[in-house]
Design a protein around this ligand. Structure first.
Ligand SMILES: *[C@@H]1O[C@H](CO)[C@@H](O)[C@H](O)[C@H]1NC(C)=O
Ligand SMILES: *[C@@H]1O[C@H](CO)[C@@H](O)[C@H](O)[C@H]1NC(C)=O
Length: 316
């Protein structure tokens, strides 16, 4: 009796862990176990090798996944190069400062040698972001795979990205449209624990004497901007380490972007910021949950997409 119940519970857990949906060719954990058993280690080793060589690319890989999923779903659209008839997302004048395309190409090449036509570029981006977070000291987590690659990538679609001038209401609204809670939104913003912003994204705060900005930190930002629009300012003191220092910085009114600082200014999110600043484990837990949700945004399953043979081009 007790045994029967236990088995019942285990079976339910199995279903929760292994199946997000039951259609043929749906996303699942361990999707490549049979078809390409070394897919995950190949991506992890490629990412590790690249980041050991250039730690700043960890932020690039995380951003790439985020941008991929927020435009047209997680379908590798961010990787497509422009063609003579189409300007792709990556060539948006907004310059998405995405970096790390070569890492995806390297992993893809190795995977095509091992198991041709099996591992999608969208999955490689999702795995690479996950592995970059872990490499940088962040949480380790599992994501389901089986995303298919899309065929559309249009510069115009990048207007769906988040401008650095957004306030909390606007952030809650846009993330909410994608199914994220306020807590998810703050946790995902914590991805700014990695990387830098360009002066062009925050210089408007300096001219208008933004009252939410610490005056001493404003001097630091001004100094950065003396290097021009492309000069880089780290979001926190440890730009290549995944930790909760980002939240400590915004508590000190030293958030780089308006859209960072607003999370502390606004009473709806300040408590969450304080919680993550105090308790890194809680940030990590909520971050991994939100990343899992993000990695499933509007995915193309089965026949709705393809497995590109070159991540930069749709199959002909
Ligand atoms: C975009 O940013 C990258 C990385 O800093 C830089 O190499 C590239 O020249 C920029 N492109 C444009 C069009 O500004
Ligand atoms: C946020 O920005 C929008 C658009 O500019 C504005 O209408 C709204 O009042 C702002 N909300 C807050 C809380 O500042």
């Amino acid at each position: 009796m007790v045994m029967g119940n236990l088995i019942g519970v285990l079976l339910i857990m199995e279903v929760i862990v292994s199946g997000f949906s039951f259609g043929a060719d749906a996303l699942s954990m361990g999707y490549y176990t049979m078809s390409c058993p070394f897919a995950e280690p190949i991506v992890r080793n490629t990412v590790t090798r690249a980041l050991n060589n250039d730690p700043t690319l960890a932020a690039g890989l995380l951003r790439m996944h985020f941008h991929d999923c927020f435009i047209e779903g997680c379908d590798g659209s961010v990787l497509l190069d422009s063609t003579k008839d189409n300007t792709a997302e990556k060539d948006s004048p907004a310059n998405l400062s995405l970096r790390g395309y070569e890492i995806i190409d390297d992993a893809k090449e190795m995977l095509e040698n091992q198991c041709p036509g099996v591992v999608s570029c969208a999955d490689i981006v999702a795995m690479a972001a996950r592995d970059a977070v872990f490499w940088a000291g962040g949480p380790v987590y599992d994501i389901p795979n089986g995303r298919k690659d899309g065929r559309r990538s249009k510069m115009e679609d990048t207007i769906n990205l988040l401008p650095p001038t957004f306030n909390t209401s606007q952030l809650i609204n846009v993330f909410g449209k994608h199914g994220f809670s306020v807590q998810d939104m703050v946790a995902l913003s914590g991805g700014h624990t990695l990387g830098v912003a360009r002066c062009s994204s925050f210089k408007n705060r300096l001219n208008n004497a933004d009252p939410t900005l610490d005056p001493e930190f404003a001097k630091t930002l001004s100094k950065t901007c003396s290097g021009g629009d492309n000069a880089e300012q780290p979001f926190d003191a440890t730009r290549n380490t995944f930790d909760n220092f980002y939240f400590n910085a915004i508590q000190r009114k030293s958030g780089v972007l308006f859209s960072d600082q607003t999370l502390y200014t606004d009473s709806r999110t300040r408590g969450i910021v304080n919680g993550y600043a105090m308790n890194q484990a809680m940030f990590f837990l909520n971050f991994q949950r939100a990343m899992l949700k993000m990695s499933l945004l509007d995915v193309k399953e089965g026949a709705k997409g393809e497995i590109r043979s070159n991540c930069r081009k749709v199959n002909s």
